[in-house]
Write a protein that binds this ligand. Sequence first.
Ligand code: URA
Length: 422
Amino acid sequence: MDAISVIRTKRDRGELSPEQIDWVIDAYTRGEVADEQMSALAMAILLNGMNRTEIARWTAAMIASGERMDFSSLSRPTADKHSTGGVGDKITLPLAPLVAACGAAVPQLSGRGLGHTGGTLDKLESIPGWRALLSNEEMLRVLDTTGAVICAAGDGLAPADKKLYALRDVTGTVEAIPLIASSIMSKKIAEGTGSLVLDVKVGSGAFMKNVRDARELASTMVGLGTDHGVRTVALLTDMSTPLGLTAGNALEVRESVEVLAGGGPADVVELTLALAREMLDAAGVGDADPAKALADGSAMDVWRRMVAAQGGDPDAALPVAREQHVVTATASGVLTRLDAYRVGVAAWRLGAGRARKEDPVQAGAGVELHAKPGDEVTAGAPLMTLHTDTPEKFDYALRSLEGSFDIAAPGTAHEATPVVLE
Ligand code: URA
């Protein structure tokens, strides 16, 4: 077998054989297939696609490239959630402790932000002392003692995906449904969760810009999970507007804590509860009431224990950026659109995200929103506050916010996009 013949098969719109797939993933993981060869193959897959049989084999080969975790020693059923990525998507933070408070164990392997989408680990690292990197034993201990753990995937889990994802990121080959589905599902299946809820984002701030593509991605991932014995369901949720009122690391932790304290923005609460119900159902503890666990403080208790178990101080003050800049409404009326992608790019440019994997992020940077679509705004009143430690970035962020919102005449009726689309 050789890389060139595998590339040619896909370049010429052929179907990759199981042997070709197993060989290329294994040889790439071992370094025998070069990055430039894998880049060419990834581009051929992006352009020519893969059928469900190829995707299933590709996913199985990525799982087999590393270790599999085993949670069978836990006394509770496991449930995990994965979001395909968005702007202001801090849902994992309140969701994991909430579902744990309702009786499931939540092994939440999470990622870092890249580009305009935020990453759960970057957000949590704004809590002084909190550690994302845990050994497998530590992870199991935190999960067993607190009911939830949010941490980075160890190096041994789907190493083929680690290499391939980094390569796709710099070769314009991220947005391919077969590659996204196999990337996400190989990690989740290797992680060993018993059930999985997928939050497939749709809209300007998401990888999937329209419902048709999101459905295709969702059904591909649900099929992969189900075939591997993981009870998998997917929700399609809106990402045309940022979730909540914050995009940025510490800003989003603060908002998540508000949700755990029984407050917080309505859309964040709604999506957290919807995903919690799906996770509890999938885990077989569907009679628990997540709204009650938010209201009575039991989810907050799990959050505090989980943060402390990973070295964080749940009472520590969160970092605040050194400089602020207020963007004001240009007219009085009804805010009818606030573009998730543009707000995400602004937060990223202010320092909340990174341009390259090795870049540091600023804990306090990001965008705070003072209005959401449907709200009445007044000319000259604050619409957003930009936060950064590096004020020279304000101009750059402001440019990405050009055209990011529409204000219609006062009293204009606004039809809100539902948070959960399907
Ligand atoms: N998240 C992943 O883990 N992989 C992708 O390909 C896209 C989003």
